[in-house]
Design a protein around this ligand. Structure first.
Ligand code: SF4
Length: 469
C-alpha cells in the first residue's frame, strides 16, 4: 500500500505530536529550545517558584542579543538594567546547566543567526524561542515557532508546548529575480500581496524557482518575515544546499554519520503531489527593490512607485493608509524615491548575515555616507563579524563613513543604546516598521534590503540600487 503524500509540515507535526489536548490543541514535542535574556527571566522565576527542573537542559541553548550594547560590551555593562538582565541569564544557565553562548565563547550573536551557524537548526526539527522571528529557522525545513513567556516556562519544564493545528499554504515564486532585487524584496512582495494578516492560521511553504535558486541565508531572510505576514511559521524544503550549509557545523554529526543524517533530512521534504490547503503564485521577475512607506511591513512598494493616496486603496484599507500617512508625514502620491533619511541601519536577524554585509559593502565602496546621515553596520553574530573582518568588509564600511559595531539586535528593536532620536527617518534592513519600533516614540522606519540601505546612506535619500550597481 502506498503511503499518503505529505507536506514537510505534516511530516514534522506528526513526528512530534505527543497527544491531542482537550482544548483542540496538540501537545508538540520541541526538539530545540533557544532562549535569550528578554523573555526567559520570568519563565525561570516561575520554574523556581514551582520547584521544577529544566526537563532537557541539553536541548536548551542561550545567547544574549536584545540588550547588549554594540559599542562597548565590557562588563559590567554601562546600563544597569542590561547588566542585571545579562547576569540573570548567566545565573539561570549556570543553575540549570544550560549552554550559554555569551561573548566570552566567541559564538554570541542574535539567536536566529547563531542557531543556524552552530548547526543547531536542522531539517525536520521542531524549534521554539521566546522571540517572534523564530520562523527564520524554517529556511532549513524546520518547523519553528515564536512563543510567549508562559510557553517558555512550559517548554523549560516539559520540552513540549500546546499549539493549535495549522493549515499549509504553498507560495510559489516563479521566474527569476532581476539584478538588485534580493530575498528581502521577495518577502516584502509576498506580504504586500497576501496582507499582514493573510497568513493567520497558516504555515507558509516557500517554493518555486526563485526560492530554489536562493542561498540558505537568503531563505532565512524570507522565512524570518513569515510572522510579518501573519503566518505562525514558514519553511523551505531541504535540498542539497541545505545539506552543504550544515556540513561541518559544531552541532551537526561528523563525517562518518553525516551521510545517513543528510538522507534523513532530505526525506523530510514535502512529497510530490501532496495536498495543500492553499497555493499562491507570485511572479518573481516582476519584483522591484522594495521599501516600506507606512507603519507595517505590508505598507510597501517598489522603488519606482508612488506612495498611495487614501482614495486609491480599497475601503477596508483606507483608515490604515490615512493613519500611516499622518504618522510618517508623507505626501500621498509622492514618489518614495527621493525620501530623505537621517539614519541607516544594516543588521538584524533578517539581514545581518555575511551575505547581507557583502552586498551592502559592494554599494558602500562606491561612495561616502552623506553628511548628516548616521550609518551603522551591526553584524548578526561574532562569527559574522569575524568573517566580515577577514574579508576586509569592515574597512570598506569604515572608509565610507559607516560605524562598524559589535554583534546584537541593536536598532532593530532599540532595547540597547542604539536608538532613533525624535522624528528621524531610518533606512533599515530590519523587519518591523511599527510606530516607535526603533527607540523613538515618533521615529520613522523604512524597511529595505541591505544594499538599498547602503545606497540610501550614500545618497542621503531613498534611491534605486539598480542605478548604482
Ligand atoms: S534582530 Fe530584531 S527581530 Fe531579530 S531577534 Fe533581535 S529584536 Fe528580534
Amino acid at each position: 500500500m502506498s503511503q499518503q503524500a505529505k507536506s514537510l509540515f505534516k511530516k514534522v507535526w506528526d513526528a512530534h505530536c505527543i497527544r491531542e489536548l482537550p482544548s483542540g490543541q496538540t501537545q508538540l514535542l520541541i526538539g530545540t529550545h533557544l532562549i535569550h535574556e528578554v523573555t526567559s527571566p520570568q519563565a525561570f522565576a516561575m520554574l523556581r517558584e514551582l520547584g521544577l527542573p529544566v526537563r532537557f537542559p541539553q536541548r536548551t541553548f542561550a545567547t544574549v542579543d536584545h540588550i547588549i550594547p554594540t559599542d562597548d560590551q565590557s562588563r559590567p555593562l554601562a546600563d544597569d538594567l542590561a547588566e542585571a538582565m545579562m547576569s540573570e541569564l548567566e545565573r539561570n544557565c549556570r543553575d540549570y546547566d544550560i549552554q550559554f553562548f555569551g561573548p566570552e565563547t566567541g559564538a554570541q550573536g542574535i539567536v536566529h543567526v547563531i542557531g543556524p551557524e552552530l548547526g543547531l537548526t536542522q531539517p525536520g526539527m521542531t524549534i521554539a524561542c521566546g522571540d517572534s522571528h523564530t520562523s527564520t529557522h524554517g529556511a532549513f525545513g524546520a518547523i519553528a515557532f515564536g512563543i510567549g513567556t508562559s510557553q517558555v516556562r512550559d517548554l523549560l519544564a516539559t520540552q513540549s508546548m500546546g499549539i493549535a493545528p495549522l493549515q499549509v499554504r504553498r507560495i510559489e515564486v516563479t521566474g527569476q529575480l532581476a539584478r538588485g532585487v534580493f530575498a528581502k524584496d521577495v518577502i516584502l512582495a509576498i506580504i504586500r500581496k497576501l496582507g499582514v494578516n493573510g497568513g493567520v492560521g497558516y504555515a507558509y511553504e516557500y517554493a518555486g524557482p526563485v526560492i530554489d535558486a536562493m542561498s540558505i541565508e537568503e531563505r532565512m531572510t524570507v522565512c524570518n518575515m513569515s510572522i510579518e505576514g501573519g503566518a505562525r511559521c514558514g519553511y523551505v524544503n531541504p535540498d542539497e544546499k541545505t545539506i552543504e550549509y550544515l556540513r561541518g557545523r559544531r552541532y551537526t554529526p561528523d563525517d562518518a554519520d553525516f551521510a545517513g543524517k543528510a538522507e534523513g533530512w532530505l526525506s523530510m521534504a514535502s512529497d510530490p503531489g501532496c495536498e495543500y490547503d492553499d497555493v499562491v503564485e507570485l511572479d518573481g521577475s516582476a519584483i522591484e527593490p522594495s521599501i516600506t512607506w507606512g507603519i507595517h511591513p505590508g505598507h510597501n512598494l517598489g522603488v519606482s512607485e508612488q506612495i498611495p493616496t487614501p482614495n486609491g486603496v480599497p475601503d477596508d484599507e483606507r483608515a490604515g493608509v490615512e493613519e500611516a500617512l499622518e504618522y510618517m508625514d508623507f505626501a500621498p502620491g509622492a514618489s518614495i524615491a527621493g525620501t530623505p533619511i537621517d539614519v541607516a541601519f544594516i543588521g538584524s536577524c533578517t539581514n545581518g548575515r555575511i551575505s547581507d554585509l557583502r552586498e551592502a559593502a559592494k554599494i558602500a565602496q562606491t561612495g561616502k555616507v552623506r553628511d548628516g546621515v548616521r550609518a551603522l553596520v551591526v553584524p548578526g553574530s561574532m562569527a559574522v563579524r569575524e568573517e566580515a573582518e577577514a574579508e576586509g568588509l569592515h574597512e570598506i564600511f569604515r572608509a565610507a563613513g559607516f560605524q562598524w559595531r559589535e554583534p546584537g539586535c541593536s536598532m532593530c528593536l532599540a532595547m540597547n543604546p542604539d536608538k532613533l532620536q525624535g522624528r528621524e527617518v531610518c533606512a533599515s534592513s530590519s523587519n518591523r516598521n511599527f510606530k516607535g519600533r526603533q527607540g523613538s516614540p515618533s521615529g520613522r522606519t523604512l524597511l529595505m534590503s541591505p544594499a538599498m540601505v547602503a545606497a540610501a546612506a550614500i545618497a542621503g535619500e531613498v534611491v534605486d540600487v539598480r542605478k548604482i550597481q
